[in-house]
Design a binder for this molecule. Structure first.
Ligand SMILES: Nc1ncnc2c1ncn2[C@@H]1O[C@H](COP(=O)(O)OP(=O)(O)OP(=O)(O)O)[C@@H](O)[C@H]1O
Length: 318
């Protein structure tokens, strides 16, 4: 366990009373009832044999000192992060080069604003190899509203033949590398994510798509409970993005705001925005032209760009 920085820190941490840790009162009293008084006691190997193992684990996590990195290390890691192109230069530009690994990006918009079209396009493009500036991985496509149309996916993939190098292009292989799951409830979605490790053993997943995070069709009576579950899912997606160095893209619907002006805002509001790294608002313009506006990015002002959806997929407007 990574707890020690130097000798004096080591001793002061070891002798710290359990009651001073940032733990719920119930956990502290449980530990005290089992005779654990100091940090030293719970870090001892023999403590793992006690019946209150969950409380011990929770307390051990409290003692962890997170690793530190220099800003330069972080910058270098960020520059090396693979990006997934959308095949629209204009859209890639406002995404800072494409959908990034270790990043959770939210696409919001009204029905027909192009969210699913973008998701389908990147589920193909993530398979571009490193030599073609892609992550060269597979997609876990979590299709909560059965909006994924495989015939359309095939049409888009076929149009990508040139990007994949032409001769060795294998459409079946592209489709095989998009793993589709259709959870019927928010709880089923949680289970899919909890079991991600098992799934990833057999396939190199570099992109998770959740289209959509809004489970309004399913009747969960308690809105608060539903919101909490949604936040837990977003937290889990964040952890998966970091741990497995993959990109996460979620789509979200618009709902009426409570400001009395009938404004449409992304479901989950600001609390949801806090749990994603980037948020983009999509709108349909005319014909098959669309606009994307950055609502939240750590690197750019509120920029926007236009793109089109063609028979072949996402492209720049000529
Ligand atoms: N084969 C195609 N050729 C050209 N444009 C297409 C094609 N298929 C879909 N589109 C465009 O994409 C639009 C649908 O976009 P999309 O399915 O991504 O919407 P969405 O934002 O996911 O909506 P919802 O929230 O209802 O799922 C269509 O209205 C059409 O403009």
């Amino acid at each position: 366990m990574n707890i020690i920085v130097n000798d004096s820190q080591f001793f002061s941490m070891m002798l710290r009373p359990i009651s001073s840790l940032a733990l719920p009162d119930t956990v502290i009293s449980q530990l005290k009832n089992h005779g654990f008084c100091y940090v030293n006691d719970i870090l001892d190997e023999s403590a793992s044999e006690a019946t209150c193992i969950d409380a011990i684990q929770e307390a051990r996590i409290c003692c962890k000192v997170p690793k530190s990195f220099s800003a330069l290390d972080i910058l270098q890691e960020e520059l090396l992060r693979p990006k997934i192109t959308t095949l629209s230069q204009a859209l890639d530009n406002i995404l800072d080069g494409g959908f990034q690994c270790r990043t959770v990006t939210e696409l919001c918009g009204a029905p027909g604003s192009g969210k699913t079209q973008i998701c389908m396009q990147i589920s193909i493009n993530v398979q571009l190899s490193e030599s073609k500036n892609g992550p060269g991985g597979q997609t876990l496509y979590i299709d909560t509203r059965s909006g994924l149309c495989i015939a359309r996916l095939k049409e888009m993939a076929t149009a990508c033949r040139v990007c994949f190098g032409g001769q060795n292009f294998d459409i079946d292989r592209i489709l095989e590398h998009i793993i589709v799951t259709r959870p019927q409830s928010i709880d089923e979605l949680s289970t899919v994510l909890e079991n991600f490790n098992e799934l990833d053993k057999n396939c190199q997943i570099r992109l998770i798509i959740v289209d959509s995070l809004s489970f309004r069709r399913y009747s969960i009576e308690d809105t608060l409970q539903r919101t909490q579950k949604c936040f837990r899912i977003l937290d889990k997606l964040n952890k998966l993005a970091t741990r497995f160095n993959l990109a996460v893209v979620i789509t979200n619907e618009l709902v009426n705001s409570f400001n009395g002006n009938d404004d449409l805002v992304p479901a989950g509001g600001l609390l949801c925005a806090q749990r994603v790294h980037k948020r983009f608002m999509l709108t349909r313009l005319d014909d098959n032209k669309f606009a994307a506006r950055a609502m939240k990015t750590p690197t750019m002002p509120e920029v926007s760009s236009k793109f089109q959806v063609t028979a072949g997929g996402i492209r720049d407007i000529m």
